[in-house]
Design a protein around this ligand. Structure first.
Ligand SMILES: [Zn+2]
Length: 259
């Protein structure tokens, strides 16, 4: 299987996963870049997989279905174009001979889903399509869910195998790492990854996919139990209970909103 990040809109990636004949696209917020890639690579689009209902993730679906007849799979929401196979956490979705394990990850939206593909003979590393839940160095904003829900969702993702490739939906890495290095100035992994990503962006290359193992080292939103992150959050918001991880996470998320 091959994996391509199609840059689109202002800073989105639409993930195209294919076997040189048939393809799956995740979160196509517009049709044109997907149609161009299908045409260029000679691929037949069979499945459209949706993580959540925001326009920049579903805006291209109707046009893609019209052109390709691809099947749509995603969460229950009026903004996801119909017909759509409605999925929820615990479901398994079969695409191109592979199983995508459906994970419920509420927080950014109430019905946000993530999709995990285990490694297999023709997929050497596991893959995670996580939409706007986990980003490299950060996490999505809480539009419909509580800090408690988002923290629980991120923990589900953090427990996936360390070599899982994290295919998130936006190129937010440098801005996230600016915040991450502010929160953890003495974390050498974050500082080193920031330099690496700056070089990638100068060459116009994506900073993703990341991996779960790397995110556990650099992403403050997966590190709300580490002393450095707790101390920083406490300095930003004195009076917080450092033993209440949900409160630490909530304060960290609010801090990032205004950083
Ligand atoms: Zn979103």
């Amino acid at each position: 299987m091959k994996l391509l990040a199609l840059p689109a809109l202002s800073d989105n990636y639409f993930w195209l996963w294919h076997n040189d004949q048939a393809a799956v696209v995740i979160d196509p917020g517009e049709a044109a870049p997907v149609l161009e890639a299908l045409n260029r690579l000679g691929l037949e689009l069979q499945h459209i997989v949706v993580t959540h209902h925001h326009k920049d993730h579903v805006g291209g679906i109707a046009e893609l279905v019209q052109h390709t007849g691809a099947l749509v799979h995603g969460p229950e929401h009026e903004s996801v174009p119909k017909p759509c196979q409605v999925l929820q956490g615990g479901d398994a979705l079969e695409v191109l001979g592979h199983t995508l394990e459906v994970l419920a990850v509420p927080g950014h939206t109430a019905t946000h889903l993530a999709y995990f593909a285990a490694s297999s003979p023709d997929q050497s590393t596991p893959l995670l399509f996580c939409g706007d839940t986990l980003f490299s160095g950060g996490c999505g904003r809480l539009f419909e869910g509580s800090p408690q829900e988002m923290l629980a969702s991120l923990k589900v993702l953090g427990h996936l195998p360390a070599n899982t490739q994290v295919c998130c939906a936006h190129e937010y890495t440098l801005s996230n790492l600016k915040f991450a290095t502010h929160v953890e100035p003495n974390n050498p992994a974050t500082v080193a990854h920031q330099a690496h990503c700056e070089a990638l962006r100068l060459r116009g290359e994506p900073t993703v996919p990341s991996s779960i193992g790397l995110e556990l080292q650099i992403n403050p939103f997966l590190r709300t139990q580490t002393p450095g992150v707790i101390a920083s959050v406490l300095a930003h918001q004195p009076g917080l209970d450092p033993h209440n991880e949900v409160d630490v996470f909530a304060a960290l998320r609010e801090w990032k909103n205004t950083f």
